[in-house]
Design a protein around this ligand. Structure first.
Ligand SMILES: Nc1nc2c(ncn2[C@@H]2O[C@H](COP(=O)(O)OP(=O)(O)O)[C@@H](O)[C@H]2O)c(=O)[nH]1
Ligand SMILES: [Mg+2]
Length: 171
């Protein structure tokens, strides 16, 4: 247990990060509302809660420039979801995503937390999970991590992925 005085212990705060357009908000709206909502770029951040097994999961969907140097958003976090747009080519965007993940994992508030990488847009994907593992160099990171192919439109695929995160947050 991390030193989080004042946090509700039954609630797990999860930060949901990844490049703009990777599908963070679509995934959360499907999870929480079970609806395919028409998306607009997120300004600031969304906060959504979901009852999952015996846990309340509090998702912080942190958009765009909010992802860098926003230490206070990460305080008391128990788990990380990093959303990759697997329909991207290995090009400048994936390079940016890799830098984004490295910067995120360097944040002292997030040290050692379980990391769930969702290879999103499985319905139209180009990158395999093995390619993402290699390109993001996941085998070299210190956090316990797991990668799952999901589609934000397929709620069950996201729930399955979250099962891993919930199990590992409770360790
Ligand atoms: N085909 C497909 N499109 C998706 C998926 N997830 C998100 N999108 C689309 O990708 C775009 C960006 O999604 P959004 O949730 O706004 O991305 P965010 O910036 O990471 O929050 C939207 O047009 C979504 O409908 C998916 O799993 N499959
Ligand atoms: Mg968004």
């Amino acid at each position: 247990m991390r030193g989080c005085l004042g946090c509700a212990h039954e609630t797990h705060k999860i930060v949901v990060c990844g490049l703009g357009g990777s599908g963070k908000t679509q995934m959360l709206y499907k999870l929480v509302l079970n609806q395919d909502v028409q998306m607009h770029p997120t300004v600031g951040f969304n906060l959504e809660s979901l009852q999952h097994s015996s846990n309340t999961l509090e998702f912080w969907d942190i958009g765009g420039s909010y992802q860098t140097n926003q230490l206070h958003y990460y305080h008391c976090t128990k788990g990380i979801v990093f959303v990759v747009d697997s329909s991207d080519n290995i090009d400048a965007r994936i390079k940016l995503a890799r830098e984004n993940l490295q910067a995120l994992l360097g944040n002292p508030e997030l040290t050692g937390l379980p990391l769930l990488v969702t290879a999103n847009k499985a319905d139209i994907c180009k990158l395999t999970n093995d390619e993402i593992i290699e390109y993001f160099n996941l085998n070299s990171i210190q956090n316990t991590w797991h990668i799952v192919s999901v589609s934000a439109f397929d709620r069950d695929s996201v729930i399955q992925a979250l099962n891993w995160l919930c199990f590992n947050m409770n360790q």
